[in-house]
Design a protein around this ligand. Structure first.
Ligand code: HEC
Length: 104
């Protein structure tokens, strides 16, 4: 019960201070992998690309910072995240969090 309440509260947290519109120029490089349902990146081995649209902004932001700092490890995402500024990460998080309708 307490756990359910806590996760609901988390889901309802307002998006980070990101500006979804500002993210549009650079999310084009993410969509090549992330906007294709079931897409698999196959270098250096096959990874299933997770769907990020509709994840909470906080989750996306934490994931990208994790890749940028090397706490999360994936060759492509480490490379991508290191090129992003904190502001870009917040903007991208807001952008994807707003795309909450699951792609069918
Ligand atoms: C070449 C393909 C590719 C590109 C380009 C790419 N990603 Fe990814 N991304 C992946 C793969 C594969 C994973 C899963 C990595 C893993 O297993 O840790 C991932 C993981 C993620 C995750 C973590 C998702 C989760 O549920 O754990 C986030 C967030 C993310 N990417 C955001 C982005 C953003 C934002 C961009 C653009 C700035 C981007 N990615 C560009 C392939 C890509």
């Amino acid at each position: 019960m307490a756990a359910a309440a806590a996760s609901t509260a988390y889901a309802q947290q307002p998006a980070a201070a990101g500006d979804a519109k500002a993210a549009e120029p650079y999310v084009s490089m993410c969509g090549g992998c992330h906007s294709i349902p079931g897409y698999q990146s196959s270098f250096p081995r096959v990874y299933r690309v997770p769907k990020i649209a509709g994840q909470s902004a906080g989750y996306i932001e934490a994931a990208l910072r994790g890749y940028a700092r090397g706490e999360r490890s994936h060759p492509t995402m480490n490379g991508v995240a290191k090129t992003l500024t904190d502001k870009q990460i917040a903007d991208i998080a807001a952008y994807y969090a707003e795309r909450g309708v699951p792609a069918k």
